[in-house]
Design a protein. Structure first.
Ligand SMILES: Nc1ncnc2c1ncn2[C@@H]1O[C@H](COP(=O)(O)OP(=O)(O)OP(=O)(O)O)[C@@H](O)[C@H]1O
Ligand SMILES: [Mg+2]
Length: 284
């Protein structure tokens, strides 16, 4: 890690308390966390393919594998990095050396297996994460953080690095109750006012919009933010259940490259379009 990187003033504390988001305003890239309440709902699939779709639209994109401990973006993209963020944190490599090119034309920063030991996130590691984010944002238009699932301190910390949040959920009740818990944590602990919803493995068109409005009704009744304004969910898109997704994952290929015309690829392209035109920020 370069000593030249500036120190941020609003560093999270060593106590592990999740903090308000680090603002990306004026610093370059939009930083968007892709997170979920329940695991296995499609965050990594969405992050990787959304990155490819945004790249195709001319955006400079980096995906940061922020799923510390259970990182698997490298598996999905069939990457075999020699240098990871872990080597940057231990001072064995520079940040530039750890940024690699993915098949879809975007950049990737992988956490590396050594991050498991950092999964309790000492304050020094948190600081290093903040430095990394600050160092990369001037060079990109969009930085996607592929986070872990749930509302542990580690997950909430990686989400706190983002200025915008996308929650991935499937229509299953367990996924939706966990999504609700995650959204509530983001409203209460991070004072978020806007969250984007992506409903993955949707059975029918329109499912995601209905699910988002049901969740919104529950939030309106039971969750009030400090500002008194209700948390607003924005429906960003639905991705249908598509056998081509599993096939692409099995072949360790990007869906968008392998089957660009399949239903899920078209839905990801639409999601990229929507993200480009929608800022998930208060007053946006
Ligand atoms: N739209 C879809 N259609 C069919 N299968 C899907 C779809 N989206 C995801 N899957 C399947 O779900 C699996 C899990 O997806 P993924 O690894 O992206 O989830 P995740 O949320 O990142 O999981 P984790 O919480 O473990 O990080 C994929 O390997 C794929 O087989
Ligand atoms: Mg994942």
């Amino acid at each position: 890690m370069s000593d030249a990187l500036p120190t941020l003033s609003n560093n999270p504390t060593a106590s592990g308390a999740p903090t308000a988001p680090v603002s990306a305003a004026g610093s370059g890239a939009r930083i968007i966390a892709v997170t979920s309440g329940k695991g296995g709902v499609g965050k990594t699939f969405v992050s990787a393919n959304l990155a490819a779709a945004l790249t195709r639209r001319g955006q400079r994109v980096l995906v940061l594998d922020a799923d510390l401990g259970l990182a698997n973006l490298d598996v999905v993209l069939n990457l075999h990095p020699k240098i990871t963020l872990h080597d940057v944190f231990t001072g064995e490599a520079s940040l530039q050396d750890a940024i690699i090119q993915a098949p879809g034309g975007f950049s990737v920063l992988l956490a590396g297996l050594g991050m498991v030991e950092h999964s309790c996130l000492a304050s020094e590691v948190r600081n290093q994460f903040l430095h990394v984010i600050q160092a990369i944002t001037p060079n990109y238009d969009v930085v996607l953080l592929d986070t872990g699932a749930g509302i542990s301190d580690v997950v909430l910390f990686s989400v706190s690095l983002a200025s915008e949040v996308l929650i991935v959920a499937t229509p299953e009740p367990t996924s939706l109750t966990d999504a609700y818990a995650a959204i509530k944590a983001l409203a209460m602990q991070q004072k978020r006012q806007h969250v984007g919803m992506v409903i993955n493995q949707a059975a029918r068109p329109g499912d995601g919009r209905a699910i988002t409005s049901q969740l919104q009704q529950v939030l309106d009744r039971f969750v009030s933010t400090d500002s008194g304004r209700a948390m607003r969910l924005m429906h960003m898109g639905d991705i249908p259940a598509d056998p081509a997704v599993r096939d692409a994952v099995m072949r360790r290929q990007l869906l968008l490259l392998q089957t660009p015309g399949c239903a899920a690829s078209l839905a990801i392209a639409q999601l990229a379009n929507k993200i480009e035109s929608t800022l998930l920020l208060p007053n946006a």
